[in-house]
Design a protein around this ligand. Structure first.
Ligand code: OSB
Ligand code: MG
Length: 378
């Protein structure tokens, strides 16, 4: 395989509904889409970095820079057969997992397409049990103006048939919200995500989370503090789930050894790509720890690659990668991901590669900038 042309698209897309977390309110989603062409095929990948360094230090701008200056020049015109070989070309670049994941995903798409199999099937090759054809799906509900509005949204999503609900919380938007949610919906699978908004100063409040029978409490403490999570976990019955704190298999191993969490949210974009996602799921599986695949408000391109990862054997809890219509009136792929009501799942694409068809007209309509890279132009 040889990639001779890479195109980067910086897009700015309006969200159907604003999405608020403890780190801020999003009304639009800026993202980077990467297309890698070689041997008559085009592989696609999405970079999940946001416009601000709030969820992670990476932004659309830093990812563009790292891709343009280092990652793309490292792979153009190189000959490679396996994923290990192409990854070795930019292994020397430290950090920047979101930028790397976009390129890695496009390379997986190329390999899977060249073999005529789906990305899910390709990623499942090391596992005798293979990949799932449908994955259970939950929904992540952002911070709303009022508790009533939140309950109404919960009601709406439950009636649509989602398998579990995740509520975003922050200081001042937590215990009251949960009391109301549990009063209205005593038995539903419910979890919360704090996006690192609390500290051990809030211990009393965090201990009260135990009374709500939550499936998990996602990333309550600082994004870079596995140690403090290890102090909190033994004090709670509720499993902690780490999101922002885990970027590598080594960090997952550390979190397991320290009992800093009992569940890991694997976002392929956050950990460098599907290869690292697989390594983290393997490490967790050995320790009997379930994982699940989170989302980052991706377009259909990122949703498709996430669903392939979510179909792997140790992804045992519902994904956040729900129907695309929830976020986009107009997505940049032709396919529309919808909920299978009867079993609260989303169907994993079966077409070769990512299994989605990017719509170039739509991409053009959201375009902020575009650049093409080939050896001749470097
Ligand atoms: O912490 O899981 C998170 C969205 C953007 C950034 C961080 C997070 C989220 C979500 C939404 O919770 C998940 C999704 O539906 O994509
Ligand atoms: Mg999270």
């Amino acid at each position: 395989m040889k990639i001779d042309l890479i195109t980067l698209y910086h897009l700015d897309m309006p969200l159907v509904h604003p999405f608020e977390t403890s780190f801020g309110l999003e009304t639009r989603r800026e993202c980077l889409i990467l297309a890698a062409t070689g041997e008559g095929l085009t592989g696609w990948g999405e970079c999940v970095a946001m416009n601000l360094p709030s969820y992670s230090y990476e932004t659309v701008g830093t990812a563009w820079h790292i891709l343009e200056e280092y990652l793309i020049p490292a792979v153009l015109e190189k000959t490679w057969q396996t994923m290990e070989e192409i990854l070795a070309e930019f292994h020397w670049v430290r950090g920047h997992p979101m930028a790397k994941a976009a390129l890695q995903t496009a390379a997986w798409d190329l390999i899977a397409q060249s073999e005529g199999i789906s990305l899910a099937a390709k990623l499942a090759e090391p596992y005798p049990e293979g990949s799932k054809t449908r994955v259970p799906v939950g929904v992540s509900i952002g911070i709303q103006m009022t508790i009533e509005e939140t309950l109404a949204r919960m009601e709406d999503f439950l009636s649509q048939g989602f398998a579990r609900i995740k509520l975003k919380i922050k200081p001042g938007w937590d215990l009251k919200l949960l009391s109301a949610a549990r009063k209205e919906f005593p038995d539903i699978p419910l979890m919360v995500d704090a996006n690192a908004a609390y500290s051990m100063e809030d211990l009393d409040l965090l201990l009260q989370m135990d009374q709500f029978n939550l499936v998990m409490l996602e990333q309550p403490l600082a994004y870079d503090d596995i140690y403090r999570h290890s102090q909190l976990q033994p004090l709670l019955n509720t499993p902690l789930c780490l999101d922002e704190s885990i970027h590598t298999a080594g960090q997952a191993e550390l979190a397991i050894k320290l009992d800093a969490c009992r569940i890991v949210n694997i976002k392929p974009g956050r950990v460098g790509g599907p290869m690292e996602s697989r390594q983290i799921q393997d490490i967790c599986q050995i320790s009997g720890m379930p994982v699940w695949c989170g989302g980052m408000l991706e377009t259909g391109i990122g949703r498709a690659s996430n669903l392939a990862v979510a179909s792997l054997p140790n992804f045992l809890l519902p994904t956040d990668n729900g129907p695309t219509r929830r976020y986009w009136k107009e997505d940049i792929v032709e396919e529309v991901f919808t909920l299978n009501r009867e079993d609260s799942t989303i169907t994993v694409p079966v077409q070769p590669g990512l299994g989605v068809t990017p719509n170039l007209e739509r991409i053009k309509s959201f375009l902020v900038r575009k650049k093409q890279f080939s050896r001749g132009e470097l």
